[in-house]
Ligand binder design. Structure first.
Ligand code: GLN
Length: 467
């Protein structure tokens, strides 16, 4: 009830698209009964959680923040949602995002932008007291899972699901002072997650501390017969020890991540963090990931190509929006997609179809796949040289004011912001953004730890030591 009242009080953040109050209250009542009888469904019994609105939820509208899916009520739960519910979690609602998870600001959905709760923190407001913009100078959450990040940061729930295709969980986690975890590709089922880029998408986890992330990951991880890309091996319970011997670790610092656009404050926190590991006896070495500079363009070609193919299903016939213009089937398709998608989505569909044209396919799509191999190889080489975990920034800067974010060409800005996160998705590795400090402006800053594929437990163990 406290969480529900906080949701109402913080409505101005625009974190939720749908608040499932009745569902949550009913679940809470049942959980309470179980508690009275000394029973428990599992680790999440009675814990309020929120879910990004691109995961299907049975009987609850699932929109992807798009006109295309407004009013769509899925007949089934995404596997991850079902797993949360099976453990007794209370579903508070569906959270806001960039349309179809395309973006890095959570500014581009049809329900309007998400506001970063830190915009209203005492420290930040004091520092901006004399600012000409006053209260209108609110900050973005980052994206695309900004609604989930704001929901956890505003204490309306204890954990939230995001999705992470190129950084969409880690980026808003860094901007909102949260732990944001992207599991290894294949560890957590994508069934029921409305796809952006199937070969890179993973469900992500937002919490306020690493221990909570480990609990949620323990619930979500494992094989799903409905997602053939999930691992077959049985998952052992996730154990994050309270203490760890850091002196046995080798931490890699990728030199190509030292880009000129990186804020000097983050740069100095990054090097302080490296010193911290070294002072505890860890081996800290510089490594090279030489193909990093190609990762943004490579991601762009692969992402838009998969988008073009994924979005073909939204034809006005099966579900979601259908235009009233129906003079011909073709005209109905065209009008449906014009009315249903924003210009970011339509732009990506057009780019993707261009890259997939017969005459372009070899030169763009196939080439991008080869570059992706090289990017993957960079990581493999670093880990084969003995590195256990890579330490990098998560974002180029702290959260920026909305008015600033939309000033530049939003899409270029979005693409740049993902410089530290996208390559990880191309390689399918686990990565976590951990809040490390507040900036001079009083805003949270996160650093990223990247682990070997399927060494998610080791990664979270290091993250816990680090947080
Ligand atoms: N910002 C990236 C994009 O726009 C990543 C989005 C995501 O991870 N969902 O594609």
């Amino acid at each position: 009830k406290k969480c529900l009242s906080l949701i109402k009080k913080t409505k101005y953040l625009n974190a939720y698209i749908t608040v499932s109050e009745e569902v949550a209250l009913k679940q809470a009542e049942e959980s309470e009964k179980r508690y009275q009888q000394g029973q428990s469904l599992g680790d999440l019994d009675g814990i309020p959680v929120a879910v990004k609105d691109n995961f299907s939820t049975s009987g609850i509208e699932t929109t992807c923040a798009s006109n295309m899916l407004k009013g769509y009520i899925p007949p089934y739960n995404a596997t991850v949602v079902q797993k949360l519910l099976d453990q007794g979690a209370l579903l508070m609602g569906k959270t806001n995002l960039d349309e179809f998870a395309m973006g890095s600001g959570s500014t581009d959905g049809v329900f309007g932008p998400v506001k970063n709760p830190w915009s209203y923190s005492k420290q930040y407001r004091e520092r901006r007291r004399h600012d000409e913009h006053g209260d209108s100078h609110w900050l973005i959450t980052g994206g695309s899972s900004g609604g989930s990040a704001a929901a956890v940061a505003a204490f309306t729930c204890f954990a939230a699901l995001g999705s992470d295709t190129g950084g969409s969980t880690r980026n808003p986690a860094a901007h909102c002072g949260l732990v944001g975890f992207k599991p290894s590709y294949g560890l957590v089922s994508r069934h029921g997650l409305i796809p952006l880029v199937n070969s890179m998408d993973v469900p992500g986890i937002f919490t306020r501390c690493v221990d909570d992330t480990a609990i949620v990951l323990g619930v979500l991880a494992g094989h799903d017969p409905k997602d053939s890309t999930t691992v077959q091996d049985p998952i052992k319970p996730l154990m994050i020890p309270g203490e760890m011997d850091v002196s046995r670790l080798c931490i890699g610092i990728p030199k190509e991540y030292m880009v000129p656009e990186l804020s000097s404050e983050i740069q100095s926190l990054w090097s302080q963090a490296a010193d911290l590991f070294a002072s505890e006896g860890a081996k800290v070495i510089e490594v090279s990931l030489p193909h990093t500079c190609y990762s943004i363009v490579c991601y762009h070609v692969l992402c838009t190509s998969e988008v073009a193919s994924n979005m073909a299903r939204f034809d006005g016939l099966q579900y979601g929006h259908r235009s009233g213009i129906d003079v011909s089937t073709e005209a109905m398709y065209a009008a449906t997609r014009q009315e249903g998608f924003n210009d970011v989505v339509r732009g990506r569909i057009l780019s993707g179809n261009f890259f997939l044209l017969k005459e372009n396919y070899e030169n763009y799509f196939i080439k991008a796949q080869k570059v992706r191999r090289l990017i993957v190889r960079d990581f493999v080489n670093a880990f084969e040289s003995g590195v256990d975990v890579l330490l990098t920034p998560t974002t180029l800067s702290e959260a920026v004011p909305y008015l600033e974010f939309i000033k530049e060409d939003n899409r270029t800005r979005s693409a740049q912001d993902d410089i530290f996160t996208q390559a990880v998705n191309m390689a399918g590795l686990p990565a976590v953004s951990v809040p490390v400090a507040l900036s001079n402006q009083g805003l949270p800053i996160g650093l990223q730890l990247i682990g070997r594929a399927f060494c998610d437990q080791q990664l979270l163990t290091v993250a816990k030591w680090f947080e």
